[in-house]
Design a protein around this ligand. Structure first.
Ligand SMILES: Nc1ncnc2c1ncn2[C@@H]1O[C@H](COP(=O)(O)OP(=O)(O)O)[C@@H](O)[C@H]1O
Ligand SMILES: [Mg+2]
Length: 234
């Protein structure tokens, strides 16, 4: 579904991603793991159109989207749930959700998508008119995921979904990621919690200083000495 070939990304002339290649097949959950500052979020920005690659190619369902802007990518079914959630704190839960569906004018379709999201996260329906800033960390992450799903993506990228969330809600978030995949959405996951990420994913790529240094099935990587030493504290 997605093929990333020799991607290079930089911030105002400072190279961050040197040469990254990976693939995501339709229906998979693929994880990118790596230490702080290794470039995971930068890759997500490059794929969502926030940052335009300086070299390499991104192919999505046979179309070259390397230089496509963020709106085009959303229209193609690509959605990013960014690191730190980026909600509109002073807008209600409802308005935040609606903003996720900004490309759709069809009221019935929007109502259908809202129902789907309330089914996954009933708490959002209870909090519908509350300001986003008044939600707990876990609820805000649910809202961020809900907003990301309002564009009805086929390819969903999640950047650190467990960040700043109480442990019992982390389980809920990961079980929802599984549900979303079961409903036909392909998932690219960046996650600090390497144990959880490797358990939930089919395959993972390890990123170090802007390069892929290792790849494999999640279950295999969980057993790897390098992963256990570097990320799992074993
Ligand atoms: N907006 C930015 N401007 C300049 N440098 C940045 C910016 N965002 C991130 N970086 C740098 O890029 C590198 C990779 O960051 P990032 O992709 O956020 O890593 P990760 O998500 O793996 O923690 C880091 O060295 C970081 O300091
Ligand atoms: Mg990051």
């Amino acid at each position: 579904m997605l093929s990333v070939e020799n991607l290079q990304l930089q911030y105002s002339n400072i190279p961050v991603i040197q040469d990254v290649s990976f693939r995501v097949q339709k229906g998979e959950i693929v994880a990118l793991i790596g230490g702080n500052g290794s470039g995971k979020s930068t890759i997500m920005k490059g794929l969502s159109g926030i940052l335009i690659p300086i070299a390499g190619r991104v192919i999505f369902e046979k179309e070259d989207i390397t230089k496509s802007d963020a709106h085009k990518k959303v229209a193609m079914g690509i959605s990013l749930i960014p690191e730190g959630r980026r909600l509109f704190p002073n807008l209600s839960v409802f308005k935040n959700l609606l903003l996720g569906a900004y490309l759709t004018k069809d009221k019935e379709e929007i109502a259908k998508r809202l129902d789907y999201i309330y089914g996954i996260f009933p708490i959002l329906q209870d909090r519908i008119s509350q300001k986003a800033s008044t939600l707990s960390g876990g609820e805000q992450q649910m809202l961020a995921i809900g907003r990301g799903l309002m564009s009805k993506p086929r390819f969903l990228m999640l950047d650190e979904p467990s960040w700043g969330i109480a442990p019992k809600l982390v389980d809920k978030i990961f079980s929802v990621i599984n549900d979303i995949r079961r409903d036909g959405v392909t998932v690219l996951l960046v996650e600090q919690d390497v144990q959880e990420a490797l358990e939930i994913c089919d395959r993972a790529y390890v990123i170090q200083t802007g390069r892929v240094v290792m790849e494999g099935q999640g279950s295999e990587l969980l057993k790897s000495d390098m992963i256990q030493k570097a990320f799992l504290g074993l």
